[in-house]
Write a protein that binds this ligand. Structure first.
Ligand code: BGP
Length: 460
């Protein structure tokens, strides 16, 4: 009996990214990214010292991988175009081998009835652009807009769903605040500039796309972490409101409403942390409103009022305004150390419905990273019942949201084939398809077969 039937034309698929799956990192004209640089400098920061060159080699195997997607009944797939592959110097000349690869890959997807969702930046800043200051530099913002326009012109006939950025807050947090991405800076003011310039870059790309009047939609992919207070006490509520401003609304508001929340601007002004703004920025941001929002959801954020007063001599951080809170009895994914809270997906959709004009959205990532999955091998196949449960529990809440009029159009699992996860490398596996890194053999997991049925039946 079908309990959860989804709307017609619902998108069922999975998501990946160029830097995590393509491989051929320095081949066929591709230039280095910050990941190549960081791995060269600090291999010990990567799990088992496995770096960005060790991927599932999508660059070489995309045709057979797309056949696997077909077996899994995908009607969509997200990946990204690597700036450092398409325009190796960051600006100027386009790499013909990259054009050929992306055209072939897009043609193959379309020929197999799989709609490409294409993202333009997945943490993979070309090294030459980082050397110009990365997102701290307005010159890089302009270079990105040119790169985006080049993509629209080259591939806009094939791609109808574009995304400017994946999780733009992550390079801010990782690279400029919490030291888990290159360039490993810890400085709030610089982080704020990076965040601000990323949204200017986003808005410029949207503006360029609309000027071309192509048929299609443009959006952004945000990792939203619903911010739950420990209690309804006003000080806990205030803590969660501020965490929400820093970690969700800092990107969600400009992306959907075309402007920053006044409370966030006020707060940063009060602590003298506002990034430098120029004339015309506000008008530009107002033009960056998206057609479609990708929502990555993995875990909630739980906070409480700070226990101790802030030492005003310490460097400014979002954590000046709250403490993290571990809810008693919470469910955990022990491998990744993330809480599992399925209802979060519903709360996000209701928030978008009620406070963001019910912007059309889809779940662009959701998934469960597990270490040591070989333990679950039975007769050559990983029996990942935990992943089936994880996905179906989230889909039930997603279904409830849709039945209450939330405009959610699809679901992508993170990820298709186990892939390279930044500094976690292959520690946690996320795929519907198991990858043997040594032989590059692919084997569909039990969850992949289950998902193929869900997609075929448009429900479960
Ligand atoms: C998201 C990223 C993905 C992917 C995923 C899993 O933040 O968009 O690129 O890596 O998280 O997280 P992790 O690889 O850190 O376990």
């Amino acid at each position: 009996m079908m309990q959860y039937r989804f709307p017609e034309n619902f998108w069922w698929g999975s998501a990946s990214s160029g830097p995590q799956s393509e491989g051929a990192t320095l081949r066929d004209g591709k230039s280095a990214t910050i990941w190549d640089k960081w791995f060269d400098e600090s291999p010990n920061r990567f799990f088992n010292q496995v770096g960005p060159q060790d991927t599932s080699t999508f660059y070489d195997h995309f045709r057979s991988d797309i056949q696997l997607m077909k077996q899994l009944n995908h009607n969509t797939f997200r990946t990204s175009i690597a700036w450092a592959r398409l325009i190796p110097n960051g600006t100027g000349e386009v790499n013909p081998l990259a054009v050929r690869f992306y055209n072939d890959m897009l043609d193959e997807l379309l020929a197999n009835g799989i709609e490409p969702f294409i993202n333009l930046f997945h943490f993979d800043m070309p090294l030459c652009m980082q050397e110009k200051g990365g997102w701290e530099s307005r010159e890089v913002v302009d270079a990105y807009a040119d790169f985006a326009e080049t993509c629209f012109r080259l591939f806009g006939g094939k791609v109808k769903f574009w995304f400017t950025f994946n999780e733009p807050i992550v390079p801010v947090e990782g690279g400029y605040l919490y030291d888990f991405h290159y360039p490993n800076v810890v400085d709030f003011r610089r982080a704020a500039t990076v965040a601000y310039h990323t949204m200017l870059a986003h808005a410029k790309a949207v503006q360029r796309y609309r000027a071309l009047q192509q048929e299609g939609q443009i959006g952004i992919v945000l990792n939203l972490t619903p911010s739950y207070p420990r209690s309804q006490h006003p000080s806990d509520l205030q803590a969660s409101k501020i965490a929400d401003l820093f970690f969700n609304r800092s990107f969600l508001d400009p992306a959907v409403k075309g402007e920053y929340p006044a409370e966030l601007v006020e707060l940063l002004k009060q602590y003298d942390q506002l990034p430098h703004c120029e004339a015309g920025d506000a008008e530009l941001l107002a033009q960056g409103k998206v057609d479609l929002l990708g929502v990555n959801y993995y875990q909630p954020r739980r906070v409480k009022a700070r226990a101790n007063a802030v030492n005003p001599a310490s460097p400014f951080m979002p954590e000046w305004f709250f403490d993290y809170y571990e809810m008693p009895g919470r469910k955990m994914n022990p491998h990744r150390g993330w809480e599992i809270y399925e209802k979060g997906i519903y709360d996000i959709l209701i928030n978008l419905r009620d406070n963001y004009g019910n912007i059309p959205s889809y779940i662009s990532e959701n998934g469960m990273g597990v270490e040591g999955e070989e333990k679950f091998l039975v007769e050559g196949q990983i029996q990942d019942d935990y992943r089936i449960k994880f996905v179906s529990d989230h889909l039930q809440w997603l279904h409830k949201g849709i039945s209450e009029n939330c405009a959610c159009k699809g679901y992508h699992l993170w990820t298709f084939i186990d892939n390279w996860s930044w500094s976690n490398a292959y520690k946690n596996r996320y795929g519907f398809v198991q990858l043997d890194l040594a032989t590059q053999k692919r084997t569909i997991k039990k969850s992949g077969e289950w998902f193929a049925d869900v997609s075929r039946n448009n429900g479960f």
